[in-house]
Design a binder for this molecule. Structure first.
Ligand SMILES: NC(=O)c1ccc[n+]([C@@H]2O[C@H](COP(=O)([O-])OP(=O)(O)OC[C@H]3O[C@@H](n4cnc5c(N)ncnc54)[C@H](O)[C@@H]3O)[C@@H](O)[C@H]2O)c1
Length: 369
């Protein structure tokens, strides 16, 4: 998959096994949260780290922020978490000298991240300066829905547009609020009755059962719960001409299912493009949180999606294929700029050396003369 560096971290006391995968640093230090999971084998853990770190490279490139892609996994059961384990892990990160910056993913708490930060400063999310990533992610998804509706339905307004939201958690509920405030008509589902009742009461949403959400006659289907829900079983049910939601890894099989969607004429917003708000938020926390700047970058999601839809339409490729193409172009451009800078620096050093040599020899001639 073209990784720059993969580290296998191991110590006996405390007992720790972790893998840090740095996929690409052309755009900047590799960023990627740390996941703790009782993987069945080291191979399974490696596969996860490799796949997720490559995803981060594409996500950052599409979001147009100067960070690279990385990911780390700790092979452990959540019940075996200890401070010693996280401190040992922090020391591994510190040794990378800033090539990899991490944060909180599955099975890590903000407290665990704080423990890691006792050994390394290359951690984000230690102090939440922005109120967490979910509202920013939701706003990014909202902008993505606007882009898709404008491109796919030729409408600049969401007034009366029917949107089906699957999952009313941290992101889903915030998204419902944005959609409601902009005149969309909501259809929602969640496995928690409490959450569906709240969204019904607050935003006048129509509640449906979890398995009914796919086949609704709506303009937008917004998956905001689980991964893998767009697959060979659900695609034939989907009526919406647009899919735009925050859930990670929505497609069961990336290639097969993105092609099935394209064949059916469904405009799919690649998940890692539309849900980049969380990463944008974390990046801004790292460089010193500035709300205005973060929200400006968030608007890139809208522009990037329009660009992706245009590439897909012009070249007859899937939106997923177009997103990868765009990300790879941006990475190649960053690489060639870096190489140019390096060449300029090297030739600058060579000229300086020539001048020094020339100066020394003419000084010699002068003194002789
Ligand atoms: N939080 C972020 O900033 C962020 C950023 C990028 C991607 N994501 C992804 O977006 C998704 C949602 O994130 P979140 O932070 O809102 O999570 P969350 O856990 O707060 O919410 C998920 C919701 O989905 C519901 N749910 C679970 N199974 C369901 C089912 N079968 N049908 C309907 N609803 C179901 C849960 O009850 C819960 O309310 C996840 O896939 C996450 O990885 C989140």
């Amino acid at each position: 998959m073209g990784h720059e560096q993969v580290l296998f971290c191991h110590s006996k006391n405390p007992d720790i096994k972790a893998i840090i995968a740095i996929h690409d640093t052309s755009l900047g230090s590799a960023m990627g949260a740390t996941r703790l999971w009782p993987y069945v084998s080291e191979e399974a853990a490696l596969k996860d780290a490799l796949r997720l770190s490559r995803g981060m490279t594409y996500k950052a490139a599409c979001a147009n922020i100067p960070v690279g892609g990385g990911k780390a996994v700790i092979i452990a059961h959540p019940k075996d978490k200890t401070d010693e384990l996280f401190r040992a892990y922090g020391r591994f990160i510190e040794r990378l000298n800033g090539r990899f910056i991490t944060g909180q993913d599955v099975n890590l708490t903000p407290e665990d991240v704080r423990t890691i930060s006792q050994e390394t400063s290359y951690v984000v999310g230690v102090e939440e300066k922005s109120g967490g990533p979910a509202p920013v992610t939701a706003l990014g998804v909202f902008l993505g829905i606007q882009a898709a509706v404008e491109f796919g339905l030729l409408s600049e307004s969401l007034q009366g547009v029917k949107v089906a939201v699957q999952g009313l958690g941290n992101v889903g509920k915030n998204l419902c609020q944005q959609l409601h405030e902009n005149g969309a008509k909501l259809f929602v589902t969640d496995i928690s009755k409490e959450k569906t009742e709240e969204v019904k009461r607050l935003f006048g949403a129509t509640v449906v059962e979890p398995d009914e959400i796919y086949s609704l006659n709506v303009e937008v289907f917004s998956p905001c719960a689980l991964g893998g829900i767009i697959n060979s079983e659900t695609i034939p049910l989907i009526q919406a001409p647009i899919i735009a939601g925050c859930a990670n890894n929505q497609l069961g099989e990336e290639k097969i299912h993105s092609q099935m969607l394209a064949k059916k004429g469904i405009l799919y917003c690649p998940d890692y493009v539309i849900n980049a708000g969380g990463l944008i938020n974390v990046y801004n926390e790292m460089i010193g949180y500035n709300e205005e700047k973060a929200f400006q970058q968030l608007h890139n999601i809208y522009d990037t999606l329009i660009e992706i839809f245009e590439i897909a339409q012009q070249q007859g490729v899937t939106t997923n294929g177009a997103a990868k193409q765009l990300a790879e172009q941006r990475i190649m451009m960053a690489r060639s700029l870096k190489n140019q800078q390096k060449r300029i620096q090297e030739s600058g050093v060579r000229i300086q050396e020539e001048l020094l040599r020339w100066g020394a020899s003419s000084a010699g001639r002068l003194s002789v003369g």
